[in-house]
Design a protein around this ligand. Structure first.
Ligand code: UDP
Length: 309
């Protein structure tokens, strides 16, 4: 039986990955400091094969048993969280990644880094291919996340080149689904929560910026396939169907049947104007592409949030 360590395992994507790996027959050790993750996310996973440890990977990571895979997902991921926790976000991307890589090296385990489309910043190349180096403001408010993840990618490649660790890097584009926090500030829970409560939808700027939304089960399947591959360079995983934020808001209103108005708020600094993954690599290397279209995934997510508002 393979043993997987998942940092950030009680978070939105971490908890889905824990469940997926348990279903694949892995023993799962879930590590989380519960800053943005919750015990509620992993309650249903309780079993012999699942263990939760309340640790912060910024501190030393100690695991005594043999480990086959280290999935390093720990980090605040929503703009309001990483703006609230700027230093911790930098630390988890740097010290946390260093510790997770050290654990993988010591255990001779395979390591997978959860990176992000934010490494492309406010991209000047569209759609974003993995060989684009990005357009990141290194001192702007988002830089604590963007640069931490860019450092994490650099550290991962250095462990691969200099220590021979089997590493994988997934660049995750906007992903949504059940277990996002209603108040995490990201556009999907924000709009769904507002629509269900009959409050106005807060569109930032003119709503002409674009995002491409991937349903969580598609994303987890892509991460798993990448972990099983032998490809060490970064791979984009995301849904390439692109929407403006205004179009997205109107879809949420339609699917919830809400009468909410749309109001406009200032665009946050350095908010990327466009984002859409080029998934040619994932298609070719992993035979992966998303299966769930936005309307279908949103309907499931709306159901999840209905009794939480
Ligand atoms: N956004 C918005 N209203 C909100 C929250 C977000 O218009 O209440 C916009 C935000 O400015 C961005 C997009 O929606 O252009 C996606 O934001 P999110 O925080 O979900 O993630 P990002 O892709 O920026 O990391």
């Amino acid at each position: 039986m393979a043993t997987s360590v998942i940092t950030g395992g009680a978070g939105f994507l971490g908890s889905h990955l824990c469940g997926f790996l348990l279903a694949q027959g892995h023993r799962v050790i879930c590590l989380d400091n519960l800053d943005t993750g919750t015990l509620e996310n992993i309650e249903h996973l309780r079993s012999e094969e699942f263990e939760f440890r309340h640790v912060d990977c910024v501190d030393q990571l100690e695991v005594t048993e043999p480990v086959d895979f280290v999935f390093h997902l720990a980090s605040p991921a929503s703009p309001i969280d990483y703006l609230r926790l700027p230093l911790h976000t930098l630390k988890v991307g740097s010290y946390g990644t260093h510790h997770a890589l050290g654990l993988a090296k010591f255990k001779r385990a395979r390591f997978l880094l959860a990176s992000t489309s934010e490494v492309y910043g406010d991209p000047l190349v569209h759609p974003q291919r993995e060989d684009y180096w990005g357009n990141v403001n290194p001192i702007g408010p988002r830089s604590v996340y963007d640069e931490a993840k860019r450092f994490a990618e650099a550290a991962t490649m250095a462990y691969h080149r200099h220590h021979g660790v089997a590493t994988r890097i997934v660049r995750i584009f906007n992903t949504y689904g059940p277990r996002m926090r209603l108040r995490d500030g990201r556009v999907v829970p924000a709009f769904i929560g507002q629509a269900l409560k009959g409050e106005p939808l807060t569109v930032f700027g003119a709503g002409q910026q674009t995002r491409s939304f991937c349903y969580c089960s598609d994303l987890i399947e892509g991460i798993y396939r990448l972990s099983q591959s032998d490809y060490p360079a970064p791979v984009n995983i995301g849904n390439p169907t692109e929407f403006t934020i205004l179009e997205f808001g109107k879809l949420v209103l339609q699917l919830t049947g809400s009468q909410s108005q749309i109001i406009y708020k200032p665009l946050p600094q350095d908010d990327p104007k466009q984002r859409r993954p080029d998934i040619t690599k994932a298609r070719k290397l992993l035979g992966w592409e998303p299966q769930i279209q936005l309307a279908e995934g949103l309907a499931k997510t709306i159901e999840y949030f209905r009794d939480k508002v």
